[in-house]
Design a protein around this ligand. Structure first.
Ligand SMILES: NC(=O)c1ccc[n+]([C@@H]2O[C@H](COP(=O)([O-])OP(=O)(O)OC[C@H]3O[C@@H](n4cnc5c(N)ncnc54)[C@H](OP(=O)(O)O)[C@@H]3O)[C@@H](O)[C@H]2O)c1
Length: 289
């Protein structure tokens, strides 16, 4: 009997994956970081809940008991991805998990000065050597990035980001959730694969604010910040050094074109084209008003 574990279950990709798994009728357990209204909603949808930390080995072993296929995702806000990956790989082996989908990043590579890119690359290697069948997902920036800056868009009509003027194809978490759910439900043919994930269309931030202005019917401007002043903004807003390092290095990678490109992976795996940025903005327009 198939039974799937979703980590990061109350986060963006975790929630979207569970939505699709429920549609597919796959028995699902969610590892939640804390009990709150988000975990209560999952429980009310028929999802089995286990609460715990990915950095607690015994808890991860318990979470993987009776699980056939699992999704692993670790947040960017805190350090600890490599320990959590090793724990998850070992626990999966001990519990006889058949396959894992691992959330990585488009810029994952062996590089000294980007902890984000290096740690995702190392995490992939740890999973590869575990002996469990693993599929790595390497998305470009999520479309949801735009929603993080909803307040300045609402109050000042400005989008401030350090991504320069390089185009990339934002991908919605919902599309990623459908990819993850399909692979977990039918892992055949996906073992050992690395899938770069993109939305349908490469856009610069100037083009994104143009779409936003059209949907909102008021002018929104892009403030192309340099990375250093942006770090000060994040620091002033109370973000920790680990998070600021992560954002700064992905911003530089984006400027250097590492987040650019597009492909048909989402459509090939799910049978549906990924959502366009325009449709994403239309769907989420209330938060920018
Ligand atoms: N955002 C992007 O543009 C982008 C692009 C490429 C790759 N990625 C990768 O995507 C991943 C993030 O995915 P996401 O956006 O779906 O995540 P997310 O929305 O940030 O959610 C993270 C989830 O993990 C939970 N969590 C936090 N700390 C935990 C811990 N110690 N143990 C167990 N659970 C914990 C959180 O619960 P609480 O909320 O209760 O703490 C939350 O449910 C990162 O690895 C990132 O590098 C992101």
């Amino acid at each position: 009997m198939k039974k799937v574990l979703i980590t990061g279950a109350t986060g963006r990709t975790g929630t979207s994956t569970i939505d699709r798994l429920l549609e597919l009728g796959v028995p699902t357990r969610a590892l939640v970081h804390r009990h709150d209204e988000r975990s209560e909603k999952l429980a009310s949808q028929g999802v089995e809940i286990i609460q715990g930390e990915l950095n607690d080995f015994d808890k991860v072993v318990e979470a993987l008991e009776g699980i056939t296929n699992a999704y692993f995702v670790f947040p960017i806000q805190v350090p600890g991805i490599l320990e959590a990956t090793a724990f998850f790989a070992q626990a999966a082996l001990e519990r006889g998990v058949e396959s894992i989908v691992n959330m990585s990043q488009i810029s994952a590579r062996r590089v000294a000065n980007s902890v984000a890119a290096r740690n995702h690359w190392l995490a992939e290697r740890v999973f590869d050597r575990s002996g469990v069948a693993v599929t790595h997902l390497r998305p470009t920036f999520f479309a949801e990035w735009l929603t993080y800056w909803a307040q300045s868009i609402r109050e000042e009509n400005v989008l401030r980001l350090p991504f320069g003027r390089t185009a990339y194809a934002p991908i919605a978490a919902e599309d990623q959730g459908r990819v993850i759910a399909e692979i977990l439900n039918s892992p055949e043919g996906h073992a050992g694969r690395i899938y770069p994930l993109y939305g349908p269309e490469e856009l610069t931030q100037d083009q994104v604010v143009e779409l936003l202005s059209g949907v909102l019917d008021r002018p929104i401007r892009y403030d192309a910040m340099e990375i250093e002043p942006f770090q000060k903004v994040l620091s002033g807003a109370g973000f920790n050094a680990h998070f600021i390092q992560h954002i700064s290095t992905v911003a530089q990678d984006c400027r250097d074109g590492l987040f650019s490109g597009t492909n048909d992976v989402v459509e090939r795996i799910t049978g549906r084209k990924p959502e366009s940025m325009k449709d994403f903005i239309v769907k989420n327009q209330a938060i920018f008003r």
